[in-house]
Write a protein that binds this ligand. Structure first.
Ligand code: TRP
Length: 370
């Protein structure tokens, strides 16, 4: 059971344990089946920090999945985690511009403001107010053991831990619990956050509701793990903007071609799909497959003796073709600040209503209504 994954952290590299990962995968599978049967039972919340432009790793790994859930009829909420940007860095950067860029990326890939609620969590005072009672429900030892906190701390290279970094899982729990989402599509690194959110919901209702609430206030959120395989960067390392090994959605076809031309392959001419022994070539094949809807093995067979040159030109063509309509929408949207503002303000207003309602319920349970 993942229930106790916080109590014993025997994992030296802060990773989520195999058992909790296996459990989360099983839960995800059941949720997918339940969505197919009745999407109306679900509210999805997910989000990103506005730290840069979204790239094809985000697109194939999570954005496509969100569009799919929206299309299936799931009530979708997407949060721009602007406050969270200052958890592990000294300054927020051009956060306002990045927020608009993120929203532009979301809309370009097909998230529809008629069906998806977009909001920046800084703009919901009631959401942030929930953090105060929630903080009474967790111990500092529990937070210090939290694998996501440890991973974030490691990434700061010796910067002392701020109280915000230590408590950010509680803030994220407020994100998730305020809007009564029951599914949260995330990567496996975020599993501890969901566990923490469920624990907070349980403790709140048993401690402050004295077990006698007329109805539960919070829903218990479950992770929906993506089934997509992780794509690597063009050099075979983890894809990240800082490594310069990725293709951002906002880039044009020429930039894309140039980056793929420089992609790392290996010295074997004959192309085979062998992720174990030829990770770089396999990754380029996987990307081609994701862009065309084909199978990496079959693409490898087709290329065969054509070598890395042919593989790269196939990938360039496939990716540019797949991204063309997204990029076109992006170009139209990015100059339309008024429209972006309208979308964001409407999302914030709707999310705020929900946050106010949840906070009222919380105040009633705490008996602080005057
Ligand atoms: N922590 C997430 C990230 O770093 C962003 C995030 C903040 C989030 N609040 C959330 C994701 C709530 C899902 C649900 O990417």
């Amino acid at each position: 059971m993942i229930q106790h994954s916080f109590d014993v952290n025997t994992n030296p590299n802060n990773a989520v344990s195999d058992a909790s990962l296996r459990h989360a995968r099983e839960v995800s599978k059941k949720i997918r089946a339940a969505i197919a049967a009745d999407p109306g039972d679900f509210r999805m919340l997910t989000g990103d920090r506005p730290t840069g432009n979204l790239h094809i790793g985000h697109y194939f790994g999570s954005l496509r999945n969100r569009v799919e859930l929206q299309r299936a009829g799931v009530d979708s909420w997407v949060l721009i985690a602007d406050y969270q940007v200052i958890t592990d860095r000294d300054s927020a950067g051009p956060i306002r511009e990045r927020t608009y860029s993120l929203l532009t990326d979301y809309l370009s890939v097909g998230l529809d403001p008629q069906k998806t609620t977009f909001f920046a969590h800084s703009q919901l005072p009631e959401l942030n107010e929930l953090m105060l009672p929630f903080l009474s429900l967790v111990t500092d030892a529990e937070l210090r053991r939290n694998p996501t906190v440890k991973a974030e701390l490691d990434a700061t290279h010796g910067r002392p831990m701020s109280a915000l970094l230590l408590t950010y899982p509680v803030h994220q729990a407020a994100d998730i619990l305020f809007c009564k989402a029951n599914i949260v599509p995330v990567g496996k690194d975020q599993l501890p956050h969901l566990e923490q959110a469920r624990v907070i919901a349980d403790r709140f209702e048993s401690r402050y509701g004295h077990g006698s609430l007329p109805a539960p206030i919070f829903r218990r959120p479950q992770a929906l793990l993506s089934e997509a395989e992780t794509v690597l960067g063009l050099d075979g390392n983890k894809m990240s903007k800082s490594r310069g090994n990725t293709i951002e959605l906002r880039m044009d076809a020429d930039e894309t071609a140039k980056l793929i031309r420089r992609a790392v392959t290996d010295s074997q001419r004959f192309i085979t799909y062998d992720p174990q022994n030829r990770p770089e070539v396999a990754n380029l094949l996987l990307l081609t497959a994701l862009a065309t809807g084909g199978k990496p093995e079959e693409i490898a067979e087709e290329i065969g003796n054509g070598g890395a040159g042919m593989l790269k030109s196939m990938l360039t063509e496939a990716l540019n073709e797949h991204l063309a309509p997204i990029r076109e929408r992006r170009r139209q949207l990015q100059d339309n600040r008024d429209y972006l503002d309208t979308v964001l303000k409407a999302g914030i207003a709707k999310a705020r209503e929900q946050a106010q309602e949840t906070l009222r319920e919380v105040h009633r349970a705490l008996d602080i209504v005057f």
